[in-house]
Design a protein around this ligand. Structure first.
Ligand code: GLA
Length: 386
């Protein structure tokens, strides 16, 4: 996967805006995709996550309009939609829902957001579990707030974007993606407590530690993802209800909780969430004390837990993880919601590409679609870039 440098992408989205709308944009805003280093399906259980932002990002060139109309154009798709104020309401689908939904969430919160002309261009791979949708929402959020001179705290921005995704788009996701795209800092991972919303930047000096993180997209189609995601969430809520705790975050005694559940499926779902929360805390401790290499076994354990207990991995993802480890990766796991998408592999510096090639060879032997990959660089969250 190769991307154009940011300045070239910036110039292209500006030009596309001017050609489409007949005037210059007032600015350009960027918000990144993310990988989650560890902490999967913990966010909606009031638990812990540890994502970092990617260099790959959504760019929006935008201008305000006095009339409340929202015009949305995608440079990548060559499509434009015009929405009158009464049409910016939940229930309309398509890619434009991520942009219009963000404007709706802001307006619905009482923010005085007028009309907008928006040109979007993104190099976050779509459908890969790298939060291409959160990147769009958070870029539009940053643009709208600047254009209408609104002061909304970063965490609240992320929550409004999550609301766009939950209510307008209709996907029952947690806060992980939008928090990562909004709050992450260059060279760091973001430790977020999804109950208290306390967050902390955790340094990730990979190069100094002689390490790199490979992100490999299995290109597995995300069939039935929405239904499966909602089913996992419902199972967690059901288990919390039986255990009489507000959320699975509150399970302190795992063995005791498992003994109180009759249903083996619920037991395994609980074991994943509780053990994954513990792995996030351990990873944060290790990273904070500069022992990045020591997180590798936690990545492996997280993958096994997602595969065996939470049952959200698929054959391509499992093969990619096993092959990456066999090819010398120190640790590897699926990242994101599951049922396809990407894996991350912690590798020695300079080794990631060879690991990617080895996975490609294994995929070809199994007649799987060829994967693509890149080495990730923890980057900055959303902001104005032009
Ligand atoms: C998706 C959702 C997130 C989170 C992850 C799993 O990315 O959007 O809220 O639940 O899955 O960790």
């Amino acid at each position: 996967m190769t991307s154009l440098p940011l300045d070239q992408r910036l110039a292209a989205v500006r030009t596309a805006f001017t050609e489409q709308f007949g005037h210059e944009p007032e600015g350009v805003w960027r918000a990144p995709g993310r990988v989650n280093l560890i902490g999967e399906h913990t966010d909606y259980n009031d638990g812990f996550v540890l994502p970092f932002a990617l260099e790959q990002s959504a760019l929006v060139a935008a201008s305000s309009r006095p009339d409340g109309v929202v015009r949305i154009s995608s440079r990548d798709l060559g499509e434009t939609h015009e929405l009158a104020p009464h049409q910016v309401v939940p229930g309309s689908g398509g890619w434009q829902a991520y942009l219009a939904g963000t404007v709706w969430a802001l307006r619905d919160s009482g923010a005085a957001v007028g009309g907008l002309d928006i040109m979007l261009s993104s190099d976050v791979p779509v459908g890969a579990g790298l939060s291409s949708s959160a990147a769009i929402e958070c870029a539009v959020m940053a643009a709208a707030l600047d254009l209408f001179a609104l002061d909304v705290a970063p965490l609240e921005r992320a929550r409004l974007c999550q609301r766009a995704e939950n209510v307008y788009v209709g996907a029952p996701t947690g806060l992980l993606d939008q928090a990562a795209s909004t709050l992450c800092a260059d060279g760091h991972a973001l430790f977020l407590d999804c109950r208290s919303f306390a967050s902390r930047q955790v340094p990730l000096p990979l190069a100094e530690a002689g390490l790199e993180i490979l992100v490999l997209d299995t290109h597995t189609p995300h069939t039935h993802v929405d239904g499966e995601y909602a089913a996992r969430r419902a199972a967690c809520e059901q288990a919390a209800h039986i255990l009489r705790v507000p959320a699975l975050r509150d399970v302190d005694d795992l063995d005791g909780a498992l003994a109180r559940l009759d249903d083996d499926l619920l037991r395994r779902r609980v074991r994943h969430v509780v053990s994954e929360n513990a792995r996030v805390l351990e990873t944060v401790d290790l990273a904070t004390s500069g022992r990045l290499e020591a997180i590798a076994p936690l990545l492996d354990a997280s993958h096994a837990s997602m595969r065996d207990d939470f049952e959200i991995t698929v054959a391509t993802v499992d093969l990619a993880v096993e092959t990456a480890r066999g090819a010398g990766a120190l640790g590897a796991r699926m990242t994101g919601g599951g049922f396809g998408g990407c894996i991350i592999a912690l590798c020695r510096a300079g080794q990631g590409d060879a690991v990617g090639r080895e996975v490609a060879r294994a995929f070809s032997e199994h007649d799987f679609t060829a994967p693509s990959w890149f080495v990730a660089h923890p980057s900055d969250g959303a902001g104005r870039v032009g």
